[in-house]
Design a protein around this ligand. Structure first.
Ligand code: HMG
Length: 315
């Protein structure tokens, strides 16, 4: 076992978390969320995406959000850019990192970005080149590395193929995404191992949705392989508009609780993170998707400690 002692978390809540929200979330609320996440100690935040507003209307205010955030030294702000048009709009807003996003599944690639895997790489290549020439870091999101809503199970060879293509065009690090949260630990480990054929461990992150309640188990499986970069979404927000029925990412609060409980350092203040989750959940008018946050908020409200509630349930 090669469990790391420190983990870096990218909170993708403002982007992945909110992109699928039906109600319009004002730019000020998104900016307030980014502020609270950095106050809680997050050092990487995925802020928005420069995609077609017809495809993802919630991200149409990308410029307002990126220009409205109060940047803090040492925090990396990333944005999604699927093509040169997205890059050209994004670069004016000075992201620290851009994310090109492909899929290990042909059908998902078509549904999500309207092109084949091969075409997507052709579109990404000039984006990557321009970003690197401008000194902007480049990450590649790899969707459907375990399962696809249209094609079912995805073989690790297809993940290795995509990772190789990403590497070939100069993408510096990649996310192994279980977009629809169907993965289980061994399948996730196989997808990561396939990615490691092309990328160093330090350049691989886990991005697990929690649709089937497996995200923390999958995190542990990734930790066992030494992975130390993870993406999560405060309050468990989110889902992809082109993966119907898939729920949000693993909640950042749940991830931090797990990691701190294992003695793994994150640099994140869990109480402040719970406040950030409460802020956005209150705005959306619903309970947090984080079980840790709900337990800690109940505890704060004096409704008993989670330990006592659990004990009384056994009586
Ligand atoms: C990629 C495209 C644009 C291709 O869409 P397309 O229709 O093939 O593009 P096009 O080049 O033919 O252009 C069509 C129209 O879109 C405009 N357009 C073209 N590009 C842009 C741009 N960058 N920004 C703004 N507008 C753009 C373009 O100007 C034109 O406008 P019109 O003339 O009709 O008015 C489209 O499919 C799209 O926007 N898809 C967005 C998909 C998306 O954001 N999905 C969610 C994020 S991925 C995800 O959540 C998964 C992830 C990353 O979290 C990991 C995981 O869990 O799996």
């Amino acid at each position: 076992m090669n469990i790391p002692t420190r983990v870096r978390i990218i909170d993708v809540g403002p982007r992945d978390g909110l992109q699928n929200e039906k109600q319009a979330v004002p730019s000020e609320v998104k900016i307030g969320l980014v502020q609270r996440l950095q106050d809680a100690g997050l050092r990487e935040i995925e802020v928005t995406s420069y995609v077609s507003p017809k495809w993802v209307p919630q991200m149409a205010d990308n410029h307002a959000v990126m220009s409205g955030i109060a940047r803090q030294a040492g925090v990396r702000y990333s944005v999604l850019t699927p093509n040169l048009k997205g890059w050209e709009a994004a670069v004016a807003d000075r992201p620290d990192e851009i994310v090109v996003f492909g899929a290990a599944s042909e059908a998902f690639s078509q549904k999500n970005i309207n092109c084949s895997i091969a075409e997507s790489i052709e579109r990404f290549a000039p984006v990557v080149e321009a970003a690197r020439a401008a000194g902007v870091a480049v990450r590649g999101a790899m969707s459907c590395t375990v399962g696809c809503p249209y094609e079912g199970e995805i073989a690790p060879e297809r993940v290795a193929y995509l990772a190789g293509l990403m590497k070939g065009i100069g993408v510096q690090r990649v996310d192994v995404a279980d977009t629809i949260g169907v993965g289980t630990p061994l399948k996730v480990q196989r997808a990561i191992a396939a990615t490691l054929q092309h990328y160093e461990l330090d350049a691989v992150s886990g991005h697990f949705h929690d649709t089937y309640g497996q995200a923390l188990s999958n995190t542990l499986a990734a930790l066992e392989l030494g992975v130390w970069n993870f993406q999560s979404s405060v309050a468990g927000l989110g889902g992809c508009p082109y993966a119907k029925g898939a729920t949000g990412n693993v909640a950042t609060e749940d991830l931090v609780y797990l990691l701190h409980g294992m003695g793994i350092e994150t640099g994140i203040d869990l109480d402040k993170l719970v406040d950030a989750g409460a802020y956005i959940s209150d705005f959306l008018g619903r309970k947090s998707g984080s079980r840790v946050a709900v337990a800690l908020l109940n505890k704060r409200a004096g409704q008993g400690t989670p330990d006592l509630i659990a004990a009384s349930a056994c009586l």
